[in-house]
Design a protein around this ligand. Structure first.
Ligand SMILES: Cc1cc2nc3c(=O)[nH]c(=O)nc-3n(C[C@H](O)[C@H](O)[C@H](O)COP(=O)(O)O)c2cc1C
Length: 164
């Protein structure tokens, strides 16, 4: 299933045919818990209403005990930060493809925005297998959903202008 999800990811649109995504797949429970614990340490210092509750919780309030954590990374380009921005867009497009494929396979996904805070933490990133020349762009978890949340409503498309 993970192979199928990765394959869906690499069919995302990519600027200049760059295919900048590099994947790290973590199925090791201890390592996923380590990511959650390191993220909690970061959140503890954030000025955000739920920060203390999330950071001090005994349970895994970050990765939710998910069995798989995927990090989409890209090679750094310190000389040309704009290139990294474009790579980020490609990686996010790959993410959505992967989310849709996971859903098709009966799996659930969740974008791990908080985990992104670890992207510049070399010690953690090395432990996760990311080479120093790579930057984590999108972390997300994957697993069998324990519940299917009720469908939410969304606002109607906020159209600024429709010019004919
Ligand atoms: C950029 C981004 C960052 C997110 N970060 C987190 C996160 O750190 N933790 C979390 O539980 N959910 C995170 N989410 C998931 C959202 O909170 C939400 O659950 C998800 O987008 C599904 O929304 P829906 O229920 O409206 O479909 C993130 C989503 C996005 C797009």
């Amino acid at each position: 299933m993970i192979d199928q999800i990765l394959e869906a990811g690499v069919w995302a649109p990519t600027a200049m045919a760059n295919e900048p995504w590099r994947f790290i797949i973590i199925e090791n429970k201890d390592l996923i818990k380590y990511v959650s614990d390191e993220t909690k340490k970061f959140i503890a210092n954030m000025n955000y209403p739920a920060a203390q509750r999330i950071a001090t919780a005994k349970e895994d309030t970050i990765c939710y005990n998910a069995p798989v954590l995927i990090l989409i990374c890209t090679e750094k380009d310190d000389q040309h930060p704009r290139n990294e921005q474009i790579s980020l867009l490609d990686c996010v497009l790959a993410t959505e493809n992967m989310f849709l494929k996971a859903h098709e396979l009966g799996l659930g996904t969740c974008y791990m925005g908080f985990v992104s805070a670890l992207a510049d933490n070399r010690t953690v990133m090395r432990k996760l297998g990311a080479p120093d020349n790579c930057r984590m762009m999108v972390p997300f978890v994957l697993g069998y959903p324990t519940e299917i949340p009720p469908t939410k409503t969304r606002q109607k498309p906020n159209i600024l202008k429709w010019i004919k």
